[in-house]
Ligand binder design. Sequence first.
Ligand SMILES: *[C@@H]1O[C@H](CO)[C@@H](O)[C@H](O)[C@H]1NC(C)=O
Ligand SMILES: *[C@@H]1O[C@H](CO)[C@@H](O)[C@H](O)[C@H]1NC(C)=O
Length: 264
Amino acid sequence: MKTEMIAAAGLLATAAKADSIFSGNGFGTYYYDIDSPSACSTDFSVANTGQVECSLTQVYTLEDVGSEYLVAMNHSQLISDMGKYCGKKVEVTVNGVKSDLPLFIGDGCYRCSQGTPDQDTWQPDGSPGLDFSFSVLDKLSSEACTDGHIDISWEIVDESLYTFDYDGSGTPQGPVSGVTTTAITTTTSPTTSPSGSASPTTLATTTSPASASATPTSSSCSSNTWQCNSDSTALEQCVNSSWTTVETCGTGTTCQGTSNPYCA
Ligand SMILES: *[C@@H]1O[C@H](CO)[C@@H](O)[C@H](O)[C@H]1NC(C)=O
Ligand SMILES: *[C@@H]1O[C@H](CO)[C@@H](O)[C@H](O)[C@H]1NC(C)=O
């Protein structure tokens, strides 16, 4: 591995090289954008209200996260061990250049769970990779808007940039202290966060979604398994022996898949 470009950023509180959790090659795409909800002639306003998979029982949308740096990964892999991946830093390399953006895992990508991990041809319905905000994909490649998908390699490392309530324990969610996850437009001149005074950045929307929608819907299921709810409008995970709504499918989408559900 290359040496870290520590000088680049007051963004990271910890500069120590973090252990690798998972790495891969594939394709980067985009699916939301908070700062520019109509970038690339696309209306992201509905996508931005999508609930992130890493918030297990609290209603928490991409707008609530309020960051362009949230990244979606292989949905099946993510839901198999949310504690391992949620909030962890992702280092993305495009054309041999490793990005120093503070990217972190927060959501599941269905396309990234289909196809095979070693597949090197793009298939819109199934290709390994990651799904980003448009702003981030556009920073990673000038072809983001014209091609819609770019070649990437990535490494998820054992360094938390964002805290998610991935297990339904009620953990407050937000950026790890000292990490700036907002304001992509100012990344070239790292925001003047005085080193040391690491107050978590203000999130765009802190409309206290904290009141958990942890409405157990039925009993006796085996922990961490998933299903669609009865009318296919939401994804449910078994938490403490009760089916719990994790993600409500957005307008025009329904819950599909059985033990590995997704909204489409
Ligand atoms: C996604 O993750 C699942 C579970 O780890 C794995 O079986 C599958 O091969 C992965 N798919 C891709 C495209 O990487
Ligand atoms: C699940 O059970 C554990 C232990 O009893 C408890 O601490 C936790 O709050 C429960 N989580 C939910 C979402 O009810």
